[in-house]
Design a protein around this ligand. Structure first.
Ligand code: AMP
Length: 282
């Protein structure tokens, strides 16, 4: 695995590979890698000739500075994991490399309602930060295909919007959420849970399953209320439990019985913010 810290050396290497006919697949991450990240790399490995992964904890997407400070960094282990997943290239830029102009005054993207709901509502500025970093990473790597996790459902929609806005002809492939054996979605933030909180953390998955099992045509408010009570009982402080159209992410208070729906949850446990979602199977 070759490591690059600078955009220009990465680009000259990738240009050479492109001229040799290699199709580039890209998996952007913030490190503290787990089996969820590895599954993206495995999918990308099969679909492309040259596999690029980036590790960059992007300061502009953290609306809460404490969350940024506490973000886990496990670079040595990450490098070993990436090498064993047959990653060809690790891109490891620092803040100045990606934001030579500083981070105080950055461009804004027209994300419309996508940044006003759910994660956008509870993490103001978060998706602008995601777009700012993704624009720079995609300019640097210029992959054929981009692999991201369904775990961050709204983020995938925002990045697709970014690709449309910037006219980048990159295929976004959304990969399924990888879970712990008990159902908890894998996340770098799970490491911050105490052993007691870790046991309770499956409450989110159980709530998603409850909604999946009980969704019926018609009004959704009583089902959502039951789900709130269920999750609150396990000790979570809920930010949202929402049902939305799976394609558009428009929030629904009523289900027509046929359109594909997604349930999305964000909640704090023991001071750790967890998110998860489930596309409803009916
Ligand atoms: P992060 O390092 O958390 O920014 O995540 C990097 C990529 O990994 C994003 O596309 C995430 O959606 C994806 N990812 C994170 N957790 C999981 C998971 N449990 N299963 C599948 N993909 C994931």
């Amino acid at each position: 695995m070759i490591q690059f810290k600078k955009i220009n050396t990465l680009q000259s290497y990738l240009n050479q590979q492109r001229m040799n006919g290699k199709k580039i697949g890209f998996v952007p991450t913030m490190g503290a890698l787990h089996a969820g990240h590895i599954s993206l790399l495995e999918t990308a490995r099969k679909a492309c000739d040259l596999l690029v992964c980036s590790i960059f904890v992007n300061p502009t997407q953290f609306n809460d500075p404490k969350d940024f400070e506490k973000y886990p960094i496990t670079l040595d282990t990450d490098i070993k994991l990436l090498a064993s997943a047959n990653t060809d290239i690790l891109f490891l830029p620092n803040v100045t490399e990606l934001y030579p102009e500083g981070t105080a005054q950055l461009e804004k993207y027209p994300l419309d309602f996508l940044e006003q709901i759910l994660e956008g509502e509870f993490r103001p500025g978060h998706f602008q930060g995601v777009c700012q970093v993704m624009k720079r990473l995609l300019d640097a790597v210029d992959p054929e295909k981009l692999f991201m996790g369904q775990k961050d459902y709204q983020q995938c929609m925002v990045v697709q919007r970014l690709l449309d806005i910037t006219g980048k002809r990159i295929e976004l492939i959304t990969c399924p959420t990888i879970r712990e054996p008990d159902g908890l979605a894998m996340s770098s933030r799970n490491r911050r849970l105490s052993p007691e909180a870790r046991e309770k953390a499956i409450g989110i998955y159980k709530t998603l399953e409850y909604i999946n099992a009980n969704l019926k045509k018609g009004q959704l408010d009583s089902l959502l209320k039951e789900a709130h009570t269920l999750l609150e009982k396990t000790g979570f402080q809920i930010e949202y439990i929402t049902l939305a159209n799976a394609k558009s992410l428009e929030i629904r208070n009523e289900w027509d019985g046929s359109s594909e729906m997604v349930c999305l949850i964000a909640a704090f446990l023991d001071g750790v913010r967890l998110i998860d979602n489930m596309v409803i199977s009916k």
